[in-house]
Design a protein around this ligand. Structure first.
Ligand code: ADP
Length: 455
């Protein structure tokens, strides 16, 4: 072979070996680059998902605009609250920042770019802050807007203001009467008025002082309910007996208006576990109202019965009734359908709201049905003692802590019963099976009317 042939042959052989190696290496490099690229993309996707999860879990709205004013991110709360998220910061300020001064503050370079808006019956507080928003690992200036819903706080504030205004008004009215009548008597009335006239004036002063006293008692009760501080003395008692006692107490009041007052029990011994004075207070309020808002010669009926696991007392009258669009309001504090009428009868406008709160405190409720000019029926529903105590026992066996006064009282009663069983105490739920315990409760409630003092 000539040297030229040898050189040619060796370069062909070298190429045959090197080219596949290079191709293989190139492929490997590309593969590695592809893998790197995939890894980076996966990382970005993961980071994006993580930040989306974080944004979605926030309970306030958040919107971020980049340094070019363009929308970078927002969360579902922001979209829900604002309905629309403009694509640019200037668009946002035009839409949501003109009336509340945010837009002006932003363009004037103020440190405080914030404002309140009211949208779809909700109140939102918007705060726009300059933030170093990051994108693709690079930091640059942008803006983050937070939207906090403060509807609840605003409503509470309004309710508090209304409440204070109502209390002041309700106290001022009888106080003004008392002041002017006593002034007249002191100035000249005692010397110049007839004995009967003086007596009428003093009676007027007395009536208004009673009204003030009633109002203050109601207010104190409401305040203790609000702070869950009502001292509960829960016992087992028969709801029919309780309703009968109240109706007996009010019989004279009904007779004065020639109103027939009937009581009908549709069930035998509907036992409840409750604070008796609270239930008496609810029933008195419902019955007094039924008599108060019935015409002379009217009819008031009280029915006691059971539905599923609840027991109920229904107070039905054929009085003046309540128009449909007032029904939703009558449980509000100080609400009266006919302001002058109710005041004349001595109502405080707090009775039904207290009754409803007390019913709720006993895990019950009051429902109303009424037809204008035909009459109303108010029904108090309470859980039957067996159902309530069995429910508490089950919570007990799941080691749940009592959440309110009545549950706590029920837990104490149950543990005292369990203490009487062999091998069972507060944690007796482990010693005896649940079915046996539920039967014990059933039996105890059925026999409860023999027990004079339960706790
Ligand atoms: P009040 O002390 O003024 O009676 P309540 O809270 O007990 O206050 O009742 C609120 C309002 O609901 C009453 O002012 C009255 O307008 C209406 N109302 C309550 N019960 C009846 C009823 N049985 N029939 C007609 N209206 C009623």
């Amino acid at each position: 072979m000539t040297p030229l042939e040898i050189a040619l042959l060796s370069s062909v052989l070298t190429a045959a070996v090197i080219v596949p190696i290079m191709m293989w290496q190139g492929k490997r490099g590309r593969h590695r680059a592809d893998q790197d690229m995939m890894r980076t993309m996966r990382k970005i996707a993961n980071e994006r998902t993580e930040s989306q999860v974080i944004l979605a879990s926030l309970d306030f709205g958040i919107i971020a605009y980049g340094s070019d004013d363009r929308l970078i991110a927002s969360n579902p709360v922001a979209l829900e609250a604002l309905s629309i998220i403009p694509d640019t910061l200037s668009g946002f300020l035009d839409r949501f920042g003109t009336d509340n001064g945010m837009r002006a503050a932003y363009y004037l370079g103020s440190d405080d770019v914030s404002g309140e808006i009211s949208l779809n019956n909700r109140f939102l507080r918007l705060v726009c802050q300059q933030r170093p928003v990051r994108s693709n690992g690079q930091g640059f200036g942008g803006h983050v807007i937070t939207a906090q819903d403060f509807t609840q706080i605003r409503r509470q504030e309004e309710r508090r203001k209304d409440f204070v205004a109502n209390v002041s008004h309700e106290l001022k009215t009888p106080l003004t009467t008392m002041k002017s009548y006593s002034e007249t008597l002191l100035d000249w009335g005692i010397d110049e008025k007839e004995r009967d006239e003086i007596k009428t004036d003093v009676a007027r002063i007395y009536d208004d002082s009673i009204r003030m006293e009633r109002l203050i008692t109601d207010l104190l009760l409401l305040s203790s309910i609000d702070s869950s501080g009502v001292g509960i003395q829960a016992t087992l008692f028969d709801l029919t007996d309780c309703a009968r006692q109240i109706s007996d107490r009010l019989a004279a009041q009904a007779r004065d208006k020639d109103i027939s007052l009937g009581i009908y029990s549709m069930t035998r011994g509907p036992v409840v576990f409750a604070d008796k004075s609270s239930i008496e207070r609810i029933l008195t309020n419902l019955l007094v109202n039924a008599i108060r808002y019935s015409r002379q010669g009217g009819r008031v009926e009280v029915y006691i019965g059971t539905v599923v696991d609840d027991v109920y007392v229904k107070v039905k009258d054929n009085g003046i009734g309540i128009i449909d669009n007032e029904l939703a309001n009558i449980f509000e504090r100080f609400y009266r359908v006919d302001k002058t009428g109710s005041r004349q009868f001595g109502g405080t406008g707090l009775g039904l709201s207290i009754a409803q709160e007390l019913a709720k405190m006993h895990h019950g409720r009051i429902e109303v049905e009424s037809e204008h000019n035909l009459g109303s029926q108010f029904t108090l529903f309470l859980p039957s003692a067996t159902r309530f105590l069995q429910k508490v026992l089950i919570e007990f066996s799941h080691k749940e802590k009592p959440q309110d006064e009545i549950t706590r009282a029920a837990a104490i009663l149950i543990s005292s019963w369990l203490g009487e069983q062999d091998g069972a105490d507060l944690d007796g739920t482990e010693a005896l099976d649940l079915r046996t315990l539920l039967e014990i409760i059933n039996e105890k409630v059925n026999n409860s009317m023999d027990i004079s003092s339960v706790i």
